[in-house]
Structure formats: C-alpha cells, structure tokens
Design a protein around this ligand. Sequence first.
Ligand code: ZN
Length: 721
Amino acid sequence: MTVRSRWSEEEAARFIARYGPEWGEPLALRTYSTRLLGEDPDLVLHGGGNSSVKVTTSNLFGDEISVIYVKASGADMATVEPAELPGLDLDYLRRLRVLRELDDAEMVHQLRTHLLRADGRTPSIEALVHAFLPGVYIDHTHADAVLALTNREHGVAVAKEALGEDVIVLPYVTPGFKLALAAARALDDHPDAWGMVWAHHGIVTWGETAHESYEMMIRLVSRAEQWIEAGGTETGGQPASVRIAATVTSEVEARLESRAAQVAPMLRGLLAEQTGDCDRPYRRVVLQWRAGPETLAALAAPAAPETFVSPVLTTDHLIRTKAEPLWVDELPPGDSDAARAQLQAAVQGYCERYESYLERHGSAVPAGVQPFGPQPRVVMIQGLGVFCAGPDLRDAQIASDITEHTMEVKASIAAGGAKYQGLPEEELFRMEYRTLQHAKLGRTMEGGAGSAHAPLRGHVAVVTGAAGAIGTGITEGLLEAGGLVAATDLPGEPLDTLVREMEARFPQRIVGLPLDVTDPRSVSAAFDRLARMWGGVDLVIPNAGVAAVAPLTELTLERYRELERVNVEGTLLVLAEAARMFRRQATGGDIVLVSTKNVFSPGANFGAYSSTKAAAHQLARIASLELAADDVRVNMVAPDAVFACGACRSGLWAEVGPDRMKARGLDEVGLEAYYQDRNLLKVQVTAAHVARAVLFFATRQTPTTGATIPVDGGLPDSTPR
Ligand code: ZN
C-alpha cells in the first residue's frame, strides 16, 4: 500500500487533445484523472469507485443548464471513456434532496429519466452523492488504507484520529439515496472539510479542477498509509511493512505446484453447482490459484483463521467473493481419500452455513434476483495458497485480486494489534442481494463469453494437434462457444501463430501448451499445468495424428511404428490422463476424438494411417464404456479430407496430397474438386464443419456416448455401422 501522485501535465494535455474537440475539456480531464485512479489497485479494484464533473452548458433553445457527468454503473475507472460518463440534469437531481426516502428502483427511474441522452448508460448507484455535494470534480475510491482504518473496532474514532479534524468520517450508511443525504448533511455541518471517509466503504475528495480533486485523494490516502506504517498509536504494534519476510525456494515451489495440481481439480469439482439438468448437471467454475510468498506467510500465521475468516472490506465485493472465505487446515499429502474427505467436509460445512444464512434472511431477496449457489468463492488452504472461483476466468481473477487486497488490509490491522470488524450480517445480506448489485453482475455477463451464445462458458477444453488445419478450426469453434482453450501441439511456429491469432480475437481465453502426445510426462505435465492455471479440464479433443502413404509391401516397420506412436499411443495417453482428471473433479466430462472416414472405409496405400486410426477409434469406444459411470461421454467425429483452415494448410494433406494427386492424375485444385465431387451432397468439407460436430457433442445436445458423426458430405461406404 503506497499510493503516489501520477498526474502529468503532458498526459492531461494529450487527453484534452484527444477527447476535447468532441466532449469538451472538463470531460476530457475527467476521463484522464478517473483512469489515473482506476489504474491504481490500492485505490480502486474492478469497477469499484466512481467520479463526476459538473458543467454549465446550453440546450437546443439556448437555455443555460447545469449538467453533471457521472461514471456509469459497472464501467471500469481504469479504462473509462467519455461515453461511460453519462450526463444528467443537475438542477433536477438536487431537488431530490428534499425527499425523506427514495428506494433503489425509483432512484434508478429518476436517474434514467433525467439523462441528457436517451441512450445514456445508467449512472452509478452513488450518482446522487455526486449531485448533492458541491465540488466541481468529485472522486470516490475504496482505498485499501482507508478501509484498514475504518474496518476495526472503534474504526470511526481511529480514522478521525489518523486523518485529522479537517476530514469528515461518517459511520457506515447503506450506499444510495441514504448515503447521499448523509454525506451532504455532513458537509453542510463541516463546510471547511477537504475530504470525507465512509466507514466500511471508501473515501471522497473534491476540487475546483480535476487535478486538485485527484491530489486531495492521494494526500488523504497517503495520510492513512503513513499512520498505518507507523504502527498506529493504539498499541505500538509492529509496523505493517515488516510483517512479511518470507521467501519461497524453488524446491518448495515445485512441491507446491504439484500439490496444487492435485488439489485444484478436487476443489473445482466441489465448487461446481448442481443444476438439476441431467445432460449438464453442473455449473462449472474457473479457479485462480494464488500462492505468492506474502499469501503463504499470511496463511501460516497462527491467528490466520481468525484474521481472514471475517467479512468483506466493502459491500461491492460481496457479489464476487461472498461475505466470508472458507478456511481449510493443511491437507494430508497426495490426492488421497483423506485429502478429498477433508476438503469435501469443509466445503459441505460452508454450504450448510450459507444455506442457513439464506434461510435467515430469505425474505429480503428481491423478486427477480436468483440466489447464489451455496459454495464458497474464496478458499484459503493452509500451506497451499488461496483458490478463488468464478463462473468464468474474469470473475475468478476479480475475486482473486479482491482477496489479495483484502488479506493485506486484514493483515495490517492484525499487525497493529487491532481487531478487524466487518459489517453486521443483516447489512451484508441486504447488499449481497441488492438488485442494483446483481444488475452490475448481469452486465459483465452480457455478450462476450457469458451470454446464451456461450454454452461452454466456464469450461476448459484441451485440443491436441491444435496447430493443424482441423485443430485450428476446432480451437476457433470452442473459443466462439465461450470455452477456455488449451491449444496443444509440438512446440514451434505453427502453434505460436495459432495462439497469437486467437489471442488477438479472444484475449486471455487461449493458452498454447507445447505437448508431445507420445511422451507420458509431457501429457501429464500439460494437464497439471491446466489444473493450476484454470482449476481443471472439462473437454478433451484428441486430434493429433500423422499419415503416411505406402503399399503394405513397401511400408517399413519403422514408419508404421511412427504412426502407431502418435495415432494410437498418443490417443491412449491423452484418454487416460483425461480420465484421471475427470475422476478428480467428479463432475463428468466430454471427450470427442477426431477419427476419420478411413476407419469405416480404408484407402489402398493408406494402411498405416487407416489401421492406427481404427485402433484410436476403438480405444475411444472402450473409453465410452469405462467412463460412462463417471458421466464422461466419449464420442467421435469422422471427417473426410480437410485441406485447410484459413491460411493454415493441413500438414496431413501435405504428406498425402502429392501421392493422391499422382495416383489420380490431378493437380491440387483438381484434387480438392475430386473430393468434393465424390460425396452425395457435393460439398467441400471444412474445419468449421468438423468443429460444429465437435460442439454438438461438447454441448451435450443428446444423451449420446460411443457414437460417431460422419462429416463427409455423405459417403455411403463410410457411414458408421
Ligand atoms: Zn463506493
């Protein structure tokens, strides 16, 4: 926790040059300093905090009107654009101050009906605070250091003492209209104050200019930090800066990593919520594992459970982390039954506590708000680190960032010898289930990977041979369906290119893993890495394959074995590793093998390929028998020749094509036309077609296992029988 001013006149001038002509100088500067605040995680985390500016402008009739631009609800301060600062009729909003009460729904109506533009975003829940306070520029953050002052016994008094007489410190007030009234009244009573702190919530500063308001924020937060660094005046406890002095050696790190790879899938399975849908019985979560030296040292402290199992710092964290984390004592070694049992009992206990919390306050859940599942979102495992869960990767990352900051604040309070104090349960529940908060969550799920068009949201997929033509098409299809994808292949330029291109289109949703399917260590290392990175695996597409052209009389045993190793042993190793992972998670899984039409209709001079692919196909059918009891479905897709996916030419066809061209007296174009012409539908089979067949199984459209979809335009000889 060390904030400092990052204001730069040159940067401010750049914002004026960029945004001024369209939006005016005040909004350009408002955008600049909002981002400065949002970029500092000690001040603002993921959508917390907001800002405003008041201007005078004229309407179509030339009448002078007062306008306030307030950050939109859910917009991120770090990346805010002027369009995310909707304008509102300031004079009207100020009249609302005479009301005694204004509920959330009515408040939103009042705000939305007094927007300057019909398409304006809904302003922040704290818009009325900004309207009622007189400052031209107003900044509001949830700074860690300020929360470290207020979230403790006698927090208001401590904050007053630390920050001085010229700063207003308000006890906690529910955000919204009530808080706007309380803040305005407090400033009326102390007109000389230059800053305001809200217990269990955050801090507000203001100024005539964007720069002034920003510097006030930095000054006030720095005051809080200095007081904490000095160990406070309460007890003379050890300064916060010396409380962590741990290092992690590489040996310890390797042990931790292998342990996390065992534990993460078990935990991920336990955190999946049951849906009651027999085809898709679990709502999966993505996990983030954090185990930096500070985190491990904090968890090792004797008082760690008392310190960290306590309520959130501010109520906007509730929808991300729930009110409290789950604490788990050090687990027995290995992925033994004992470890699973301990983990299961801990999660079960949390679920029961959450269910009864829901029961105690159930009448306060507003209509239209779906209760969260009872599983914890933050799990602290002594000796192993912190695992945070979310319905998708972004949510899990947000929960992790919030948790790291929360731990730092709580540790600093404990280091000063004080006792952390959160809000009472009733208020926590009310805020966890507040419609406005859930609307924020809904917005983050719109479009992108969260919408109904993202059936694989929260799913982790592995594709082998991803850099080939079919692999590229499948990778793209899985990403479009909202999955997180590990694209695996031999290391090299083709894999790097695929990952680079997909990363540009689907940021943070793809990882490239070098993988040799013929090497058991390489296969298990890739699955372990995914367990640590995202928590586990749900969907495996064994697709890696090689081909060779030779009549049996000329096929050397050496060449045959090369194909056998990739096509058969590679499939076996991937199937077996997938099965182990699925069993650890205990939430089922899907495997879709990329087979070939040659399994059903082999080609002359293609013995090594046809027979080894037939063995792989048979292994997948065996897997469908062995894994059905674990709700793992294993199916196959059997494409005819796919020559390319975009610019990615098929490596397999580079091998096979020249011979086939020679045999049929055709050139490359002619060969593609030949394959198109030989099927009933006269279509060219593409990688996108194969991807769609994979998605049919991967999204569990029918209760099917051990089956094959031909993707060949209709080849009666190779229709599975
Ligand atoms: Zn706030």
